[in-house]
Design a protein around this ligand. Structure first.
Ligand code: ADP
Ligand code: MG
Length: 227
C-alpha cells in the first residue's frame, strides 16, 4: 500500500515559488489499477515523480509498503527506484542509439553481469509484448506504439511491485493507444502489480478502478483522500 500524507511540492525558479501540491493526501491500495486525473498543470506528473522517487516532496511523507521514503538511505532509495518501480513515460524515453533489447536492459547497463544474466528475459519480454521480430530495431525504426511496448518491457524486466505510467497513450494514435491500453490492463491482471496511471484517456475510465482527481494541489474527490 502507498500512503501519501499531506505532501506539498513547491518548485522554485529563481525567486519565484510555484506551489503545485498543497498538502495532498491519498492512499493507493496494493494491487489496484489506480487512475490519476486532473487538469493540465495540476501536478499529476509531479505526484507520479514523487511516487517513483525521481523527486522529493517539499514537506509531508510518502510511504510505500510500510517504508517512509524520507527515512531511506541513498542505497535503499536507489535500489527501490531501480529494481522495484517501473516507470512508463508519455514520450517513451528510449535511448535512440540502442536496440530494443538494449533499451529494455538500459536500467542495468552499468552492470555487465546483470546485463548478461537478464538478456534472455529481456528478449522474452519483447516477445510477450509482440516485438519478437523487432529485437534489434532502434527506436527510430519503430512506430510510437512499438516504442511504448519497448518502454513497458523495460519497466517489466525489473519485475516491479509498482508500475507508474504518465499518460502512456498520450502521444499515440487511437489504434496504438488501444493496444497499449489492453497491454497495461492485461499486465495488471496477470502480474497483480500495483499500477498508477495518469491519463485523460476515456478507455481507462470505464472500469471500476479507483480514481484520484487532483485539483488545486489536493485530491478533489474526498473519499479517495481518506487516510
Ligand atoms: P500535470 O502533469 O498535471 O500537467 P505537472 O506536475 O507536470 O502537471 O506540473 C504542475 C505545475 O508545476 C505546472 O505549472 C508546471 O509548470 C510546474 N512545474 C513542473 N515541473 C517543474 C519544474 N521542474 N520547475 C518549475 N516548475 C515546474
Ligand atoms: Mg503531466
Amino acid at each position: 500500500m502507498i500512503i501519501v500524507d499531506r505532501v506539498t511540492k513547491t518548485y522554485r525558479r529563481g525567486t519565484v515559488e510555484i506551489p503545485v501540491l498543497r498538502g495532498l493526501s491519498c492512499t493507493i491500495e496494493k494491487g489496484t489499477f489506480t487512475i490519476i486525473v486532473g487538469p493540465s498543470g495540476s501536478g499529476k506528473s509531479t505526484l507520479l515523480y514523487l511516487l517513483g522517487m525521481l523527486d522529493e516532496p517539499s514537506s509531508g511523507e510518502i510511504s510505500i509498503g510500510g517504508r517512509k521514503l524520507s527515512t531511506l538511505d541513498d542505497r535503499t532509495r536507489n535500489h527501490m527506484r531501480r529494481d522495484e518501480i517501473g516507470f512508463v513515460f508519455q514520450s517513451f524515453n528510449l535511448l535512440g542509439n540502442l536496440s530494443a533489447v538494449d533499451n529494455v536492459l538500459a536500467p542495468f547497463l552499468t552492470n555487465p553481469r546483470d546485463v548478461a544474466e537478464k538478456r534472455p528475459a529481456a528478449m522474452s519480454l519483447l516477445k510477450d509484448v509482440g516485438l519478437g521480430d523487432r529485437l534489434d530495431h532502434r527506436p527510430a525504426e519503430l512506430s510510437g506504439g512499438e516504442q511504448q511496448r519497448v518502454a513497458i518491457a523495460r519497466a517489466l524486466l525489473k519485475r516491479p511491485s509498482l508500475i507508474l505510467a504518465d499518460e502512456p497513450t498520450g502521444e499515440l494514435d487511437s489504434e496504438n493507444g488501444a493496444d497499449i491500453f489492453r497491454l497495461l490492463r492485461t499486465l495488471h491482471t496477470e502480474l497483480a502489480t500495483t499500477v498508477v496511471i495518469v491519463t485523460h484517456d476515456d478507455r481507462f475510465l470505464q472500469a471500476d478502478d479507483p480514481v484520484l482527481e487532483i485539483r488545486d494541489g489536493m485530491i478533489a474527490n474526498p473519499a479517495a483522500a481518506e487516510l
